[in-house]
Ligand binder design. Structure first.
Ligand SMILES: Nc1ncnc2c1ncn2[C@@H]1O[C@H](COP(=O)(O)OP(=O)(O)OP(=O)(O)O)[C@@H](O)[C@H]1O
Length: 266
């Protein structure tokens, strides 16, 4: 097993607050992880460390056989595909969709005068086909719906052929159809053995794509449970994580969760 992420005792503190508390985590190259937890649990912080944007205050963060703090992060970051709301905000609204994707090969947002070769353009086109938005290649990013933007961001994250793909809440803000389309796209990616190790951050078990293999549950910066999907995504562990009694069901590889106690009269 080749580990692409190896965290040992990773702790992140900011302004007196502990955002992550002694996180141990190992992701192998053929695994697809979902990280679930309530607001403020530390999920984005975890991805910031895994994407070499943030160093742990304490502990060791191994990423792609390198150790943060002993490696040039500008060499490491192009090996990692990342989608996040913060990154999406930096994409110019008047950028052509094709350029949003192709410009990832230079690690820039907003195409200027970089020269891309034919292979880069072909790769960008292929990825737009893969995520189902090839027909939007000539549109500007600002004219896309939220769901279309999310798919373009996934294509961009895959442009550099990353060894690790990190998706921070890609389904946030999508309507039901948009979410289902995205879950399907991620499920197809998960099933492709050529896809990189993937980590998806979400608030909702309904957003776990079939084919994802592992889960980590986070609460207040601490790992509640971590490991193979069926051992971790349980009623008990989810109830602990979200601080309420939850019932869980699954069908055709999809989960759904709801509060277990009956509605109270007002
Ligand atoms: N610079 C900072 N100083 C103090 N606390 C911070 C700082 N940055 C983040 N936090 C806190 O750290 C906690 C974890 O934040 P993080 O964004 O990682 O959570 P999250 O699980 O991604 O949340 P959400 O689901 O709401 O996006 C939050 O309570 C947040 O307010």
């Amino acid at each position: 097993m080749v580990a692409v992420v190896e965290f040992a005792g990773v702790t992140v503190r900011r302004g007196g607050a502990t955002l992550l508390d002694s996180v141990d985590w190992e992701v192998a190259e053929d695994q697809r992880w979902v990280v679930l937890g309530p607001n403020g649990a530390g999920k984005t912080t975890l991805l910031q460390v895994a994407s070499a944007q943030l160093h742990p205050t304490v502990g060791v963060a191994g990423i792609l056989d390198e150790v943060l703090g002993t490696v040039d992060v500008f060499e490491l970051r192009p090996r990692i595909g990342l989608t996040s709301a913060a990154l999406a905000e930096r994409i110019p609204r008047d950028e052509r969709v094709h350029d949003v994707v192709v410009s990832a090969s230079y690690g820039v947002v907003g195409r200027w005068r970089e020269a891309y070769d034919e292979l880069d353009h072909e790769r960008a086109d292929e990825l737009l086909v893969e995520v189902g938005v090839r027909h939007l290649a000539e549109r500007t990013f600002g004219t896309l719906s939220e769901g279309e933007r999310k798919r373009v961001q996934v294509a961009r994250a895959l442009m550099t052929d990353p060894e690790l793909l990190l998706l921070d809440e890609p389904a946030a803000g999508l309507d039901l159809g948009g979410r289902e389309d995205l879950v399907n796209t991620l499920s197809v990616l998960a099933d492709d053995p050529a896809s990189p190790a993937t980590v998806l951050v979400s608030h909702h078990v309904e957003e776990i794509p079939p084919g994802f293999t592992h889960a980590m549950l986070l609460r207040e910066g601490r790992v509640v449970a971590s490991g193979p999907m069926e051992e971790v995504v349980t009623e008990e562990a989810l109830s602990d994580t979200f601080g309420m009694p939850l019932g869980l069901s699954s069908e055709d590889g999809r989960f759904s969760a709801r509060r277990r106690t009956p509605r109270r009269a007002l």
